[in-house]
Design a protein around this ligand. Sequence first.
Ligand code: MG
Ligand code: FE
Length: 169
Amino acid sequence: MTKPNEHLVDWLRDAYAIEKQAESMLKAQSSRLEHYPELRQRIDQHLEETLCQQALLEGCLDRLGSSPSAMKDLTGRIAAFGQAVGGMTMTDEVVRGAMRGYVFEQAELASYTALIAAARAVGDAKAVQCCEQMLPQELEMGRWLLDYLPDIVAAYMSRSADGRDDAKR
Ligand code: MG
Ligand code: FE
């Protein structure tokens, strides 16, 4: 039988894998974007937040005796998450990238919401605090992407109509 604490560690490791995936997704997206400076700036901001989140999760895992550097299953966890949320390579056009980014943030929100409940259940106040710190950052990024999506679509369609093949980035 799995002990409650082991569930918490398991899900923290998943969250760490998600943040690793987030890092590569955001980096790929940012490096490709040329004509969407606001989107790129917001992505870069969230990339900074994502790196801090990784450090917070590393701290939690270290404290619980499960250092991420010893995570032999990291690649497998990232792949499993990628399958759950769909293609996340971000080499796609800007509109699809923003839509997928939004979906990704919702998955992160679900992950931290579950983690907060799990950490509460085992009485791990530090883990609760870490996850409560990260959750609003995902909420804000998701909201921003949703709010800004109509502008991205309009700009993309206008550039495409001009026959510009760089409209998508
Ligand atoms: Mg995150
Ligand atoms: Fe995020």
